[in-house]
Design a protein around this ligand. Structure first.
Ligand code: DP6
Length: 334
């Protein structure tokens, strides 16, 4: 079995190692899974049990500045704050950079600004790791293709492998032990009027990380064996709904997939419940709106915040129910 360092060596061995630049600045967007990744077949390489499908959130994500430093360890700055080496995010980032050390032999300063709440189930780790890989690639001038960068980012955080393209992106689970076939691929069917709304219930750091949550679920939930079949059907149905621009079919897949994922967590032991009372209250408001004929569906990740999907024409009606809603046009041209 290969480990992460072996995969990195394989990927970089054919690349010309030229002089690194002094400093680079990159932006990577976040993405929200519509058919979720929940559970790994290989925890070392972050290889998933199932494929998944996401939509990229334009302009929301991480701006990361990477620079080489003469120091004995990496320095991580997050949203302007220099993190102590024992901070969980500093550990995650430094552990990841350590994987590249046999090749790069250098230490880095990572200065990352995220314009989304960290660890509140808004996929900040996806944009964070995608940006780190983009920055490493640019700093060292490796000229890796997007699929190769997606493979590298996946080893930092699985969902990060979908952040390299705009629009809908499918992460293929792949079959190979080394994961070289497990990366994102754009699903190039735009949906111009599709919007996402984020209803913030809490910006608290989640009590159980997605990583621990999914591992506990695969190990202990009696319902987990049903999950791969559900995902396979949902992937087929969502792609068809996107081709047909059938919003209600699309929304039904999205909402039902998220609820099924949460059902596997609730049935894990110890149980995992990311929901707060306000989360449930927002769900009921969504269902009430649907009863009134307004097309709105929700999805929820490993946190209490819901993300809503709706068409541009419904924004006014939805904002009457959710005045604080932040709306993003997912396929906007600017
Ligand atoms: C619920 O990608 O954060 O958001 O691979 O362990 O870093 P690791 O997990 P992560 O999990 C994301 C889980 C999810 C669903 C999804 O984005 O597909």
């Amino acid at each position: 079995m290969k480990n992460k360092c072996d995969v990195i060596k394989d990927l970089l061995q054919s690349k010309q190692i030229s002089f690194p630049k002094e400093e680079v600045l990159v932006f990577a967007p976040s993405n929200i899974a519509l058919v979720k990744y929940w559970g790994k077949r290989d925890t070392e390489l972050n290889l998933p049990q199932t494929s998944s499908l996401s939509v990229t959130i334009p302009k929301k994500g991480a701006n990361t500045r990477l620079k080489l430093i003469d120091a004995e360890q990496d320095h991580i700055i997050l949203n302007g704050e220099a993190l102590d080496a024992k901070h969980p995010f500093a550990i995650k980032a430094a552990d990841y950079l350590t994987l590249f050390r046999p090749i790069t032999k250098r230490f880095y300063q990572v200065n990352s600004d995220s314009n989304i709440p960290i660890a509140a189930g808004l996929a900040s780790s996806a944009s964070g790791f995608a940006a780190l890989v983009m920055a490493l690639n640019e700093l060292h001038q490796w000229q890796l293709g997007l699929e190769e960068q997606s493979i590298l980012a996946r080893m930092g955080s699985g969902s990060a492998c979908r952040s390299f393209w705009p629009g809908f992106v499918e992460w293929h689970k792949g079959q190979n032990d080394d994961g070289m076939d497990s990366h994102g691929e754009p699903f190039n069917v735009p949906w111009p009027d599709l919007c996402l709304g984020v209803s913030l219930v809490s910006e608290q750091i989640k009590p159980v990380s997605s990583r621990d949550g999914m591992n506990r679920t695969t190990q202990t939930s009696p319902f987990y064996p049903a999950w791969p079949n559900k995902v396979e059907q949902d992937l087929e149905n969502i792609k068809q709904a996107i081709y047909d621009k059938n919003f209600h079919r699309f929304g039904q897949v999205v909402e039902s997939n998220a609820l099924a994922m949460h059902a596997t967590m609730m049935s894990a032991w110890p149980p995992i419940l990311y929901w707060l009372p306000e989360t449930v209250e927002h769900m009921h408001r969504v269902w009430q709106l649907r009863q009134q004929g307004i097309g709105i569906y929700f999805t929820q990740d490993a946190g209490p915040n819901l993300k809503f999907l709706f068409m541009k024409q419904q924004i006014g009606d939805i904002q009457k129910q959710f005045p604080m809603l932040e709306v993003v046009a997912l396929f906007s041209k600017q």
